[in-house]
Write a protein that binds this ligand. Structure first.
Ligand code: ASP
Ligand code: MG
Length: 472
């Protein structure tokens, strides 16, 4: 029987009883499971803060360490049953906490936080929650093995902080490691480089670990448990009327994640798409055990508008101006090369006869400007920038081919007297986006949502009913 891959995020591990709640959910699955877990809620941020305190301010984060140790032990004592198992788990936990403490001592001593140590240190959040969950399951007589990425060979390209998983290289060992009909718990968020170094998969990377395992084990499905229903038509913090989306295609989920929806790691669907493995998002607080959103192949449904509107703040635009610059062969490649060398990630490019505009993360603007000023080709006469802008994206399979969607979005925003700085479509058939001042972002999202999602739904997005009706 193929494994089901289940992922629990930090939001599922907040309260004292949460490990037991996760165990109850696992008990309800009637197939062997590989359970991939994140760190407890906010622990990665706390580890990072403590590491910076140790390296930059020269203060040993003893308070954090003792607080965190207490929290971990409390989780064990609260959720693991049987004195012997509690004692054994606490001993294993202590050994992880001792190693963590050594890492803090090291960076405190050298006054620096090298990338390699940063990645190892932050992986302890996941290592600890995986250890505890394995013990919780064992104490409920669910036969489970703790499987570490270094042991089964989840191989990455070695980029610290934001590594990519190499599926082909990982396949060799993974298949032989996981026995059929047995349960495993895996710490998410990291893999191992070919040199054996711990490399993080980017923030929120546990989704990506779980997706890679789903691919490698030919899993039946990837079930992601969260504390929300799934993808929404709009961010409920801004749009009160937002609704859960029942069904998304892989492309739609990828575009929504890329453009700012914080539901999944943007690379989650990448390993799943070639094998058609569905993602089902469940809300841990919903007793129905039915998924909120299912992500699978495009059903070819006829869309009347976008399925969701999302946004991302903290962008900036860098405009390079000069006669003929936009159409002169080679200039774009040259400036993109300069940015690449400076470590700047380009989110988008627009060209015209006299200008090339780059859409960049706000935090990269200064670096990009300096690099261009220092190395710019002679053709560039002027460099301008706009900071504090936000990107609003309309996502839905095929919307770039549907007439009038962009025009309608313009109209909705214009009625609010908001100026659109840039509009773009075409890079993907599933997304149209425009750029507004950051201060206009909320109003633009609200206006577009109101326009495309009036009080009653225009379309029922649910098509693949067999997937959503399967209760775990
Ligand atoms: N704990 C990591 C983070 O907060 C990974 C994850 O949650 O998926 O980014
Ligand atoms: Mg998380």
């Amino acid at each position: 029987m193929p494994h089901k891959i289940i992922k629990f995020g930090g939001s599922n591990l907040q309260k004292k009883t949460d490990f037991s709640r996760c165990a109850e959910i696992i008990e309800n699955y009637n197939s062997p499971c590989v359970i991939v877990v994140s760190a407890f809620y906010q622990v990665t941020d706390r580890l990072r803060k403590a590491a910076l305190k140790a390296s930059d301010s020269g203060q040993f984060p003893g308070d954090f360490l003792s607080e965190f140790s207490d929290e971990c032990r409390e989780q064990v004592n609260e959720n693991v049953q049987g004195d012997e198992l509690i004692e054994k788990t606490n001993a294993e936990l202590q050994s992880l906490l001792d190693k963590l403490s050594l890492l803090f001592k090291g960076i405190h001593a050298i006054g620096e936080l090298p990338q390699t140590i940063n990645d190892t240190l932050l992986s302890y959040g996941e290592r600890i929650s995986a250890l505890i969950l394995t013990a919780v399951l064992s104490s409920r007589n669910i036969n489970t093995t703790l499987a570490l990425p270094e042991d089964f060979g989840l191989i990455t390209d070695g980029e610290f902080g934001n590594a990519s998983i190499l599926l082909r290289e990982s396949a060799r060992r993974v298949k032989g490691y996981f026995a059929e009909n047995h349960n495993y718990v895996v710490p998410g968020f990291y893999g191992i480089s070919s040199e054996g170094k711990t490399t993080l998969l980017g923030r929120g990377g546990t989704d990506y670990s779980a997706a890679a395992l789903a691919y490698l084990l030919d899993a039946e499905s990837l079930d992601i448990w969260k504390d929300v229903e799934g993808f929404q038509t709009g961010d409920p913090r801004i749009v009160k009327e937002s609704r859960t989306i029942d069904y998304l295609s892989y492309n739609e989920a990828a575009e929504l994640s890329y453009f700012g929806a914080k539901i999944l790691h943007p690379r989650t669907v990448e390993p799943l798409q070639p094998k058609n493995i569905p993602v089902r998002i469940f809300n841990i607080d919903d007793p129905s055990d039915k998924p909120g959103t299912v992500i699978h192949t495009d059903t070819g449904e006829d869309l009347h508008g976008p399925k969701s509107i999302t946004y991302s703040r903290n962008f900036s635009v860098l405009k390079l101006k000069g006669p003929g610059i936009g159409i002169k062969p080679g200039v774009l490649a040259q400036v993109a090369g300069i940015m690449d060398l400076a470590g700047v990630n380009i989110s988008s490019v627009f060209t015209s006869q006299t200008a090339i505009c780059f859409l960049l993360q706000g935090s990269d603007l200064k670096k990009a400007k300096n690099a261009i000023r220092a190395n710019a080709p002679a053709l560039i006469r002027d460099v301008e920038s706009i900071s504090a802008i936000a990107l609003v994206a309309l996502v839905g399979e095929g919307i770039t081919k549907k007439e009038g969607i962009a025009a309608k979005a313009f109209q909705a925003v214009a009625e609010e007297k908001i100026n659109i700085e840039i509009i773009a479509a075409g890079a993907s058939t599933a997304a149209v986006y425009f750029v507004v001042k950051e201060s206009d972002c909320d109003r633009a999202v609200k206006a577009t949502h109101r326009y495309f999602f009036p009080e009653f739904p225009r379309h029922d997005t649910l098509k693949n009913s067999d997937l959503t009706s399967v209760v775990i």
